[in-house]
Unconditional design. Structure first.
Length: 217
């Protein structure tokens, strides 16, 4: 991770406005084990990123879309744990409107939230670089009145990136910073380079196509 990227003066990144927004979960990314620092101490924990597309308008009535007329998106990183004090459990509990059963706590498939709608409370904070960043503060269920009025159509395809079986085509769409974060994880390093991963996937798809062609009907 010896590469250093800097924002140019022409950067036009616009954070999601602060406030409560209707949003839809469209992607979950396995980040692997990441090193973090808390109160001066370093620790390692398994992380996952959840991404939402945001729908609605800002306080001036302008649609919350990018320059490409796509919904603005926002993400939040979590430690992959459903312990009593975990942020992931707290947010999922609030989002679902109920706590987890003992059976669910033994193994909950996070992909179950893909396509689910919620209300995100977004807050702004200034980073060390002086820029303003949008952060997800809370995740809440969509009010019944809003559901009855009708939810908009989702835009982004529902996708997951799993280090056990990485989708390299999806990986190629990630930002350089996100790629570097994933590549720094021991789980990624144990599987080899991105080029090797891609070649393995291409070989597997080729063999699968060959097998399908040999089936007469």
């Amino acid at each position: 991770m010896g590469l250093t990227a800097k924002a140019s003066s022409e950067s036009k990144f616009t954070p999601v406005p602060a406030g409560m927004h209707l949003a839809r979960c469209y992607r979950i990314i396995d980040l692997g084990t990441q090193a973090t620092e808390w109160q001066g101490q370093q620790k390692k924990s398994y992380k996952v990123m959840i991404l939402w597309e945001v729908h609605g308008e800002d306080e001036n009535g302008k649609a919350l879309v990018t320059d490409r007329n796509e919904p603005m998106s926002i993400s939040k990183n979590y430690t992959m744990s459903l312990g009593e004090m975990s942020r992931l459990r707290a947010d999922l509990k609030a989002w679902r409107g109920r706590d987890f059963t003992q059976e669910e706590l033994r193994g909950f498939q996070l992909k179950n939230v893909l396509g689910a709608w919620c209300m995100l409370n977004v807050v702004h904070a200034e980073g060390n670089d002086g820029k303003v960043y949008a952060n997800v503060s809370t995740v809440n269920p969509v009010p019944s009145a809003l559901r009855k009025a009708g939810l908009p159509e989702g835009v982004n395809p529902l996708t997951t990136f799993d280090l056990d079986n990485p989708d390299m085509a999806l990986f190629d769409t990630f930002s350089n910073n996100l790629k570097a974060k994933i590549e720094a994880s021991p789980e990624w390093k144990a599987k080899g380079s991105a080029a090797e991963q891609y070649q393995k996937q291409q070989n597997a798809e080729f063999l699968a196509d060959m097998e399908e062609e040999s089936i007469p009907f």
